[in-house]
Design a protein around this ligand. Sequence first.
Ligand SMILES: [Mg+2]
Length: 243
Amino acid sequence: MFDVIAFDADDTLWHNETLYTIAQDSFTQLLSRYRAADEIEEELFKTEMRNLRYYGYGIKSFTLSMIETAIEISEGRIQGHEIRQIIGFARDMLNAPLQLLEGVEEVIRTLSEAHRLMIITKGDLFDQGSKLARSGLADYFTHVEVVSDKAEETYRALLARHDIHPGRFLMVGNSVKSDILPVVALGGQAVYIPYHTTWVHEVVANPHPEPQGYFELEHIGLLPALVERLNDQSVSHTSRIPR
Ligand SMILES: [Mg+2]
């Protein structure tokens, strides 16, 4: 039934948002003499949103936004050694060991036996490439796409470029906004697997529109059974066609 099953990477295949949470906690701690933690977080988020159009997603842009926010919040009083600490928070993120989510390796191996698999991820090209290499999963994927945004238009162009019919495309991810809704809008199928933390930017007001139009699973271990069920449905559907 599916020509291609595509996966988001961060917080779908491996842990990611937790690294940002840890860095952000260190950052608010560093600036605690200037402002309360929630105010610092709010300022940082505003800076990140303002900077998205210039720097895109990923740790490098997050670092620039932390530095900019520190300068703003301290009204220019932030010291060189403190900026060095901020760069250290980012370095820790980049050097953090890659941790796959539970069950990912087995699921990817199983699905790769009968399907073409793809990764579609936002973020920094260099960092995402490095994480994929360290994940040990690279050989299971026929294509890896690091995109600057995951809008409907991005998916449309991507599917056209790879000659994939939307009806035969399944996307799996942890962000309703980026991985699910744009794919459903194009006529593709999507599986939402929530991660325990979601970046505010990825939160949508109503993640469960009626009818949903997509599947939701508690964890990735349940994915092969769902794919099998969908494949069977497609077979029984075909068999009902009168001869
Ligand atoms: Mg994600």
